[in-house]
Design a protein around this ligand. Structure first.
Ligand code: ZN
Ligand code: ZN
Length: 646
C-alpha cells in the first residue's frame, strides 16, 4: 500500500495558484498509481492552529474556530471543483487529532526527548501577556532586518526561535516589549543528527528537498515546541502551554489516515506501506528534518519519499499576496468558468516539478489553445466524429506499428510518473496526440472511404486505438474532460488500467462525441490581466503639471470617532487652514480615535467627495500601506494646518 499526503493548507486564507503546485500534481500522481493497480490512500486536511489564525480571527471579528471552519469549507469546495479528491480531508482542531498529537508527544517525553528550559521571552506589560510568534515584531538577530517573532520574513528568511528576536514590539498595541523569564519545553533535535544523516541518504523523492536537508542536518538546534497561547493542542506536562503548530500539523497525516482506515497502524506503526509526502519546497526543513526526527523519537514509521515542488511566480514576478502577485483560484479562475482541467494541465506541464513555475494568463491561453485544444482535443474530436458519422461500429483491426507506438508512450509515462516527472509524462501524451493527428491527416480516410471503405475502416481503427490510449493515459491529468469524451466509445475510465492501454477490442461502437473544450479568447483573460496589473500598482509616469493638480495640505485632527457598524472606519473632522472638513478613513484597525485627536496629518483636499457608509468624505488621508494597515504620514516639525505639501 502507498499513503500519499499533501502539505496541509493553512486555514487563514483562500487558495491561490501557488497552493495548487502541491495539490494538483499529488492528485495526478494518485490517479496514475490507481490506474497502475496500486492500492493508495490519499489524505490531507486543514492546518488550524498557530498565531496567524488567532491574529487574523481577531482582525475579522471571528473566533479562531469560526475562521478555521470558513476556510476549511472553502478548501473543500475548491478541491472538489478542481477534481482534487482526497480519501479523507480532516481538520487539526478535531478531538481525534488532539488525542493522537498528545499521545505522540507523551511518547517523546517518555523516551527522554523533551526537556524543560527557562528562556527569556518577549512580554507586553500593557497587554499583560507573553508574545508568541506573530504577536511580536522586531529585528532579526542574524541579519538585522525587520522580522516577525518566528521568522525573518523580510531578510535572511531564517526560522527564529522564541526569545531570539531583538527590540521586540507588541503587535497588538505597538508598545515596546520587555523580556521575562518563562519555562518552555524543547525537543532534543540534536540527538538525531546521525539518524538523520543516514535517513536522508536513503530518502526517496525530489533532489531539491533532500539536498537542502543534507546541508541543514549539519546545523541542528533543539526546537522549542511550546507556546504561550490558548489556541492549539495543550501540552501534556503543562496545560497553560500549547504545542507549536509545526509539532501538531504534520501529525495530521497520521490522524487523518486513522480516521480513514482501521489499518492505519500498518502504515504508521508497522512500516508496511510507503509514505509519500507532497510539499512545497518552503516547508522542506519541517518534512525532512523535524518530522522524521519526531516520528523516530516516538517510535512511528518513517516517510519513504518527500516530493517537493518548486515555487510559483506570477507573470514572471516572485509570488506575493501583499504585493498582488497572486491568482485566487475561486474568484479569478473558477468564477471565470475556465475548465478546471486546463489549470491541471498547465500546472503539471509548464515545467518540471522541482523548478519554479510561472503562471501567466497569456501563456495559459497559448498552452490551452495550442496543446490541449489544437493537438489533443482536435485529434480526439476529429477521429470520434469521423468514426461516428461514417461507421458507428468499427471492426478493430489495429496495426502492430500503432500498438508499438502506444506501448512506447505508456512506458515513457509510467517511468516518468514513478520519478515524479509530470512534465515528461504529459509531454509524452501530447506527443502521442500529435502522432495521431499526423497519422490521420496523412491517411486521409475521408478520401479513402469513397474508394475503399474497408481500407478506410482500418485507418479509423488505428486512430481509434490511439484515441483510446490517449483517454486512458490523460485521464489522471484531465479527469473530467476525458470522462466526457470517453462516453463516445463507452469506456469507463475510472476503472481502466494503464497496463491495458494497448488492448484491442473486437469492435468499438462509437456514439456522437462531446467536446468539452472551449477555446480561450483574449476577452476571457483581459479582465483578469487588468485586475492583476491594477494590483501590481505599476503606475504610468506623470508630468509635474499632473502632480500640481493635486492639492495636498497639512491638516489637524479636531475630532475622531468610530463609524458604527464598521470595524475599519473612523470619521474625522480636520482643520485644513481655511475650513473644516469631514474625512472618513479606513484606519480604525490600528488607531484608536482618542490617540488621533490633535495630530497633524497629510491630506489630499481636492479629491472628488465620496460617500462611505452613508457619510460624506471630503478628502483623503495619506498613509503608508503596510500589509493592508495604514501608517499615517506626519510632518517632521510642527506646521500650521493648511500648509501646502509639494
Ligand atoms: Zn534575518
Ligand atoms: Zn501589547
Amino acid at each position: 500500500m502507498k499513503l500519499v499526503t499533501c502539505g496541509l493548507p493553512y486555514a487563514n486564507g483562500k487558495l491561490h495558484v501557488g497552493h495548487l503546485r502541491t495539490y494538483i500534481p499529488a492528485d495526478v500522481y494518485v490517479r496514475f498509481l490507481r490506474m497502475m493497480n496500486e492500492k493508495v490512500v490519499f489524505v490531507c486536511g486543514s492546518d488550524c492552529h498557530g498565531t496567524p489564525i488567532v491574529v487574523n480571527a481577531e482582525k475579522e471579528g471571528l473566533s479562531p474556530r469560526e475562521l478555521v471552519e470558513k476556510y476549511h469549507e472553502h478548501f473543500q469546495k475548491v478541491f472538489k471543483k478542481l477534481n482534487v479528491v482526497f480519501d479523507y480531508f480532516g481538520k487539526t482542531i478535531e478531538d481525534y487529532h488532539h488525542r493522537r498529537t498528545r499521545e505522540i508527544v507523551e511518547k517523546l517525553i517518555e523516551n527522554g526527548y523533551v526537556y524543560r528550559k527557562e528562556i527569556e521571552l518577549a512580554y507586553c506589560e500593557k497587554c499583560e501577556r507573553f508574545l508568541p510568534d506573530r504577536y511580536v515584531e522586531g529585528i532579526c538577530p542574524y541579519c538585522k532586518s525587520p522580522a516577525r517573532g518566528d521568522e525573518c520574513d523580510q531578510g535572511c528568511g531564517r526560522h527564529l526561535e522564541p526569545g531570539e528576536i531583538l527590540e521586540p514590539r507588541c503587535k497588538i498595541c505597538g508598545s515596546p516589549a520587555t523580556f521575562r523569564k518563562r519555562n518552555h519545553y524543547f525537543f532534543k533535535l540534536t540527538a538525531f543528527r546521525e539518524f538523520l544523516q543516514d535517513y536522508l541518504s536513503k530518502l526517496a523523492g525530489t533532489e531539491n528537498a533532500i539536498n537542502y536537508a543534507k546541508e541543514w542536518v549539519e546545523n541542528l538546534r533543539d526546537w522549542c515546541i511550546t507556546r504561550d497561547l490558548e489556541w492549539g493542542v495543550k501540552f501534556p506536562l503543562d496545560e497553560s502551554l500549547v504545542l507549536y503548530v509545526w509539532v501538531d500539523a504534520p501529525i495530521g497525516y497520521i490522524s487523518f489516515t486513522e480516521q480513514f482506515t482501521k489499518d492505519w497502524e500498518d502504515v504508521w506503526v508497522k512500516g508496511n506501506a510507503e509514505i509519500i509526502h507532497f510539499i512545497g519546497l518552503d516547508i522542506a526543513y519541517h518534512h525532512c528534518i523535524f518530522w522524521p526526527a519526531l516520528l523516530k523519537g516516538a517510535g512511528y514509521s518513517l516517510p519513504t519519499a518527500v516530493v517537493a515542488s518548486g515555487m510559483v511566480k506570477i507573470e514572471g514576478k516572485t509570488f506575493s499576496k501583499t504585493r498582488g502577485y497572486v491568482v485566487w483560484v475561486e474568484d479569478e479562475y473558477l468564477n471565470a468558468r475556465f475548465n478546471p482541467d486546463y489549470l491541471r494541465y498547465y500546472i503539471v506541464n509548464y515545467t518540471s516539478h522541482e523548478k519554479d513555475l510561472n503562471f501567466s494568463w497569456d501563456v495559459f491561453k497559448d498552452k490551452v489553445n495550442n496543446e490541449v485544444i489544437a493537438t489533443l482535443g482536435n485529434f480526439l474530436f476529429r477521429i470520434l466524429s469521423f468514426a461516428w458519422r461514417n461507421f458507428g461500429k468499427v471492426e478493430m483491426k489495429v496495426d502492430g506499428e500503432i500498438i508499438e507506438k502506444i506501448l512506447q508512450t505508456k512506458d515513457k509515462v509510467v517511468d516518468a510518473i514513478k520519478k515524479w516527472e509530470f512534465k515528461v509524462a504529459t509531454d509524452a501524451i501530447m506527443e502521442l496526440a500529435s502522432y495521431g493527428n499526423t497519422y490521420f491527416q496523412n491517411a486521409k480516410p475521408w478520401e479513402l472511404i469513397r474508394v475503399d471503405k474497408e481500407k478506410a475502416e482500418k485507418v479509423v481503427a488505428n486512430a481509434l486505438q490511439i484515441a483510446k490510449a490517449l483517454l486512458i493515459l490523460n485521464y489522471p491529468v484531465m479527469p473530467e474532460s476525458m470522462e466526457k469524451i470517453a462516453k463516445a466509445i463507452g469506456l469507463n475510465l475510472p476503472n481502466s488500467s494503464i497496463e491495458k492501454v494497448a488492448e484491442v477490442d473486437k469492435e468499438l461502437v462509437v456514439a456522437k462525441p462531446e467536446l468539452p473544450f472551449a477555446k480561450i479568447e483574449e476577452k476571457d483573460i483581459e479582465p483578469l490581466k487588468s485586475a492583476m496589473a491594477e494590483r501590481f500598482a505599476e503606475k504610468p509616469e506623470i508630468s509635474i503639471e499632473d502632480f500640481k493638480k493635486i492639492d495636498i495640505r497639512i491638516a489637524k485632527i479636531l475630532s475622531a470617532e468610530k463609524v458604527s457598524g464598521s470595524k475599519k472606519l473612523i470619521k474625522l473632522i480636520v482643520d485644513i487652514g481655511n475650513e473644516k472638513r469631514q474625512v472618513v478613513a479606513g484606519i480604525a484597525e490600528n488607531h484608536s480615535p482618542e490617540d488621533l485627536i490633535g495630530k497633524s496629518i497629510v491630506i489630499v483636499c481636492n479629491l472628488k467627495p465620496a460617500r462611505i457608509m452613508g457619510l460624506e468624505s471630503q478628502g483623503m488621508i495619506l498613509a503608508a500601506d503596510v500589509n493592508g494597515k495604514a501608517v499615517l504620514l506626519v510632518p517632521e516639525k510642527d506646521v500650521s494646518p493648511g500648509t501646502k505639501v509639494r
